[in-house]
Write a new protein. Structure first.
Length: 476
């Protein structure tokens, strides 16, 4: 077999998190409520009513968490800033209490030689803006988002080199406007495409402001790429898979990278009266704002087949952790999902497919030719604290090892891979699956509704990843 290229020197070995999923301190030091503080309290929205009021209390335990990162030898840590911590009303005067928290965190990371990778937006919009104008459904959010980003670039631009604009615009808006699972929890394709257009403009404005304020830094969006496979070599299934690539991947990545919506998807939306309204100057702004890299989150691949005009639409997904409970999803007349008989799945029915990561990196490199930072990849499982006081997560080591080998294959194929941030560092709140779906290298002792003592316990994967980092990936 082929000799694999080594991981490059300076490769960013990292781990990732998001504010709402770890911080807690939901109203500490002047923070305003986010849409998730409100949404998670509505009956039936989340798994067993779990919420991020306390989460894993990173807000108060960040020093202990950073010390564990340093012990592991982590070189990069991706975290997100909570917009309503900085602007409790979404705009206006910045809240010094919120800025000071992130300054302490960034300084603690830098003191240990850990590169901060800051996500500007990971789904927790200020509730004030939802109340005022429907958040992403109004163009007004574009100005408010730029104002928020400018405050962060000004305050932290000299300390933070790597920035992510929006986390998984595709997943968040799909769940908000097609699956009715994230706020505002509706099913409306026209509103979906309009909200996405505003998010594209916000992403572009953030990049434009960044060029002025942080000239030496690197910025890009993070996208959740699920490569589409055809269910068979029937040309109808191949067309379905191509449409799925176009509607579920290119729709976002083409706009980020080139400023243009993909042609065949655009034609279909015009025909169906779902295309977003575009105003004068939008196209120029989108074309001007070029990212330095693409952040890619990869969890699984998906298989698609032909779907009749009166066929299945957007339905739902598995939030229970019961294998086999994921329904078929699709867009009538375009495509629908089907299981992959060649792949094992997690308890949430996510196909375990390391080759899918290689395919993702090859497709993204061929189409956009930009450097890639893997901003998330990992395995959510029901980890157990054993009688010996340890967490033996060999299945996670196996998952990560094979995905890192896929990264090496992609590097050998020509992908410019800047780094790899595993999801996640500590266990955290899964938005809709609760605390029972664990991803961390560090176990956090809490249940769905009871924070217990929130003790941090290093899993077997913690020691394994430490050795991977120390050997720059030679010891997988
Ligand atoms: C990504 C998100 O979609 O996947 C994370 O950026 C999320 O916030 C992660 O937690 C894993 O998804 P889930 O549904 O298993 O929590």
């Amino acid at each position: 077999h082929r000799q694999l290229a080594p991981f490059p020197e300076g490769f960013l070995w990292g781990a990732a998190s998001a504010a709402y999923q770890i911080e807690g301190g939901w109203n500490a030091d002047g923070k305003g409520p986010s849409v998730w503080d409100v949404f998670s309290k509505q009956p039936g929205r989340t798994y067993q009513g779990s919420n991020g009021d306390v989460a894993v209390d990173h807000y108060h335990r960040y020093q202990e968490d950073v010390a564990l990162m340093a012990e592991m030898g982590l070189m990069a840590y991706r975290f997100s800033i909570s917009w309503p911590r900085i602007f409790p009303q979404g705009r206006g005067e910045a809240n010094e209490g919120g800025l000071a928290f992130y300054e302490r965190l960034i300084d603690a990371l830098l003191a240990h030689g850990i590169e901060p990778v800051v996500t500007l937006y990971h789904w927790d919009a200020p509730q004030a803006l939802m109340d005022e104008y429907g958040a992403w459904e109004s163009r007004r959010i574009v100005d408010d988002f730029e104002h928020y980003c400018r405050a962060l670039f000004t305050r932290f631009g000299a300390k933070v080199r790597y920035w992510i604009t929006l986390n998984e615009q595709n997943i968040d808006t799909t769940r908000s406007f097609l699956l009715a699972k994230h706020p505002p929890a509706v099913r409306d394709r026209q509103r979906f495409y309009q909200a996405n257009h505003h998010a594209f403009l916000a992403n572009a404005r953030a990049i434009r402001a960044f060029r002025q304020l942080v000239p030496g830094g690197k910025i890009g969006p993070t996208f959740c790429y699920c490569p589409a496979y055809a269910a068979s070599s029937r040309p109808q299934d191949v067309v379905a898979a191509e449409s799925a690539e176009e509607f579920t991947n290119h729709w976002w990545l083409d706009v980020y990278a080139t400023g243009r919506y993909p042609a065949s998807a655009w034609a279909w939306l015009v025909e169906h009266g779902q295309a977003p309204r575009i105003e004068g100057g939008d196209a120029e702004l989108l074309a001007e704002a070029k990212p330095d890299f693409l952040g890619i989150n990869y969890y699984y691949s998906q298989v698609f087949e032909d779907n009749a005009l009166d066929g299945v639409g957007e339905t739902d997904f598995n939030t229970s952790g019961q294998k086999g409970s994921t329904p078929v999803n699709g867009v009538p007349g375009l495509y629908k999902t089907t299981a992959n008989p060649h792949l094992p799945t997690s308890n949430w029915d996510w196909a375990i497919d390391p080759d899918g990561l290689r395919i993702t990196l090859r497709r993204v490199t061929s189409r956009y030719n930009l450097p890639v930072l893997i901003t998330e990849n990992g395995l959510g499982e029901f980890d157990q604290l054993s009688d010996d006081g340890k967490v033996h997560d060999g299945y996670r080591i196996d998952y990560l090892r094979h995905h890192l080998l896929a990264c090496q294959q992609a590097i050998s194929d020509g992908t410019k891979l800047m780094g790899y941030c595993a999801w996640s560092f500590t266990d955290l709140l899964s938005w809709l699956n609760g605390y029972q779906k664990r991803y961390g290298f560090v176990y956090v002792n809490r249940t769905e509704t009871d924070p217990l003592d929130l003790a941090r316990i290093r899993k077997d994967s913690f020691y394994w990843y430490r050795d991977v980092i120390a050997s720059n990936g030679r010891k997988l």
